[in-house]
Design a protein around this ligand. Structure first.
Ligand SMILES: Nc1ncnc2c1ncn2[C@@H]1O[C@H](COP(=O)(O)OP(=O)(O)OP(=O)(O)O)[C@@H](O)[C@H]1O
Length: 251
């Protein structure tokens, strides 16, 4: 079954400043969607608001069910999962203990911990290691595997690829693709998608809290983002030379 996550009229305010302004975005299962925007555009705020861990106005629906009235724990139990920026694993617990905490939180049986350890071979190998001593890529795999416990309907990945080697990013994107093929909603949020654009199906550009229309195709999404940031000149008329301007306009 293919799932769907949608937000409409979603706004996030911190005191007097607006981080997300009246956003309306739809994330269908079966596809890898991206939200791309520069630092401070409101990407994390958007994800956290969808997940229910920052106060927001507007509506969030999962498979048509309005979950706006639920907190993060309630939304997690409905099948929404978030890998937050910075991963937020428990550094002083072992890999296995980190997974056990999630199993306990969601009331899952012990076998789920074994399944989570098997999701990436390195996790089983390092199951007794303290999570704090894992490499960045290993920590990200732990965070992703933990988020997948309980088979969520929608997985939100906040800056998953930051600081990771291309091979690790490729492995994580393979996992994302397998999930999407099973109908799971997969949303990746990144300040740059140049390295992964061929792995993306669609997405939105977010600038100063405002989202674009949905854009199909990772390459078109990246091109639109570059254009919006002033990195690439608008596509010239047919037959004319294609100028590339300096990236000085980008933040
Ligand atoms: N807890 C907070 N309190 C006050 N302002 C905040 C808070 N969190 C974020 N902001 C502000 O909201 C705006 C959007 O921040 P947000 O972290 O959502 O952007 P982002 O696109 O995820 O940025 P980055 O790529 O740097 O992580 C920024 O101006 C930021 O300073």
């Amino acid at each position: 079954m293919s799932h769907e996550l949608a937000v409409s009229g979603l706004s996030v305010r911190y005191g007097g400043s607006v981080a997300v302004a009246d956003a309306g975005l739809t994330f269908p299962g079966g596809k890898i969607s991206a939200v791309v925007g520069p630092n401070g555009a409101g990407k994390s705020s958007l994800l956290l608001a969808a997940y229910g861990s920052v106060p927001a106005t507007g509506r969030v629906t999962l498979d048509g069910e309005d979950v706006s009235g639920l907190g993060a724990a309630g939304r997690a139990r409905r099948g929404l999962a978030l890998v937050p920026q910075g991963r937020q694993i428990f550094a002083r617990l072992t890999v296995r203990e980190n997974l056990q905490v999630m199993a306990d939180t969601l009331g899952l049986p012990g076998e789920e911990v074994e399944t989570a350890l098997d999701r990436f071979p390195i996790l089983r190998e390092r199951r007794r290691a303290l999570a704090g001593v894992l490499s960045g890529g290993e920590q990200q795999m732990l965070a992703v595997s933990r988020a997948l416990m309980g088979s969520p309907r929608a997985l939100l990945l906040d800056e998953m690829s930051t600081g990771l080697a291309p091979l690790i990013v490729a492995e994580l994107m393979d996992t994302a693709r397998r999930l999407a093929e099973q109908g799971t909603v997969v949303v990746v949020v990144e300040p740059s998608i140049s390295a992964i654009r061929d792995r993306l199906d669609r997405g939105y550009v977010l600038l100063r809290g405002r989202a674009s229309e949905a854009i199909d195709g990772g390459r078109d999404l990246d091109a639109e983002y570059q254009r919006a940031m002033g990195v690439t000149a608008p596509r010239p008329p047919h037959g004319a030379a294609h100028d590339t301007v300096s990236p000085g306009g980008a933040r």
